[in-house]
Design a protein around this ligand. Structure first.
Ligand code: SAM
Ligand code: SF4
Length: 327
């Protein structure tokens, strides 16, 4: 079992499989993209398998595959088939922009990978195209509807962006009125390749909640698991639920059970801090399993207590894009 220096059990790994993406969401990266990693520096599928297998043996029982866009990686399904066969994993989930998932929906269902977080920051076509800088609206909504019909457990992640998509907050919330999905509203974070800081971000948890309450005064707060990052609500009579993730206000650090590993092998023990080590050379060296185990235990023994403590490692702005970190 992995326990950190603040007595928090670490059982959740967020594993990025690529830093590349076929969209260019404004809040995530500049239009020209970021300086993407060289192919040789990305972990191979065999390295990802070894990494996951070792960490599951150490006590990780929940893995979320993220990116970049995980489905731009042509060999992704091979990894998913392997991970879904690992006995120690209780939950295998993915975060995706749903542009490329279409051909894989049936196999994902067969593998039992039905917990999908879908990033969708607009319900209006023009807003979608402005935010993502790409023409993928029909594909994304088509895939969303197929996954709803197939009974996937869907969470729709919507970042509330001043002057960009606020007018879509209530229309997207209506998805959960009719469908059994959870719509989750996120505070934006200043990770877009380095040009923003916290002061420019206005839609915080409270403002989002007040805005929704002004339309639905009767909403009910739901009990959420201790490790949940979202505060969840139900509107009476609606089929699904909604949540708000206070990413920036970060009220969830006390129960944080997660570790992130980027597509190039950087280990991030707190989203707001800097990478603490890299596992790529370990995975490519002698006796990788043993070295991996001891290194992971070591960094977990040195975690920052809160995101605010970790953030002091940065000078003002975050240098990385979420496409490298995986969200
Ligand atoms: N491409 C996939 C997707 O968009 O779902 C997976 C990777 S994406 C980097 C993971 C998550 O990070 C998405 O839900 C996205 O909305 C979120 N994200 C990216 N940049 C962000 C930012 N500046 N603030 C808050 N969340 C962000
Ligand atoms: Fe791509 Fe996801 Fe970043 Fe959008 S948020 S650019 S879909 S990695």
């Amino acid at each position: 079992m992995l326990i950190d220096n603040h007595n928090r059990k670490i059982n959740y790994l967020r594993l990025a499989v690529t830093d590349r993406c076929n969209l260019r969401c404004h809040y995530c990266m500049p239009s020209e993209g970021i300086k993407f990693a060289k192919n040789k520096n990305l972990l191979s599928i065999d390295e990802l398998k070894l990494l996951a297998n070792t960490m599951v043996d150490q006590g990780i029982d929940k893995i979320r595959i993220t990116g970049g866009e995980p489905f731009v990686r042509k060999d992704l399904m091979e990894l998913l088939r392997y991970l879904s066969s690992l006995k120690g994993i209780k939950e295998l989930s993915m975060t995706t922009n749903a542009t490329l998932i279409g051909p894989h929906i049936h196999e994902l269902k067969a593998l039992g990978i039905t917990n999908i977080n879908l990033s969708l920051d607009a319900i209006n076509r023009d807003t979608f195209e402005k935010i993502t800088r790409r023409d993928q609206y029909d594909t994304v909504f088509g895939n969303l509807m197929t996954m709803i019909e197939e009974g996937f457990n869907l969470r729709i992640n919507f970042i509330v962006l001043d002057n960009q998509n606020v007018q879509d907050v209530i229309p997207i919330l209506k998805l959960q009125e009719h469908y059994p999905v959870s719509v989750r509203f996120l505070e934006e974070m200043p990770f877009n390749g380095g040009s923003k800081n916290f002061e420019t971000i206005t839609w915080n948890y409270k403002k989002i909640l007040d805005y929704i309450k002004s339309h639905y005064p009767d909403l009910e707060k739901l009990e959420s698991p201790k490790t949940s990052t979202s505060i969840n609500y139900k509107i009476p009579g609606h089929t699904g639920t909604f949540g708000i993730i206070p990413s920036f206000s970060r009220t969830f650090c006390g129960s944080c059970n997660r570790l992130r590993i980027t597509a190039t092998g950087d280990v991030i023990t707190c989203l707001y801090g800097k990478p603490k080590m890299n596992v790529r050379d370990i995975l490519r060296g002698e006796n990788p399993e043993m070295h991996l185990r001891t290194s992971i235990e070591k960094v977990i023994g040195q975690r920052a207590k809160t995101g605010f403590d970790a953030q002091r490692e940065h000078q003002g702005v975050f240098e990385n894009s979420m496409t490298s970190i995986g969200g």
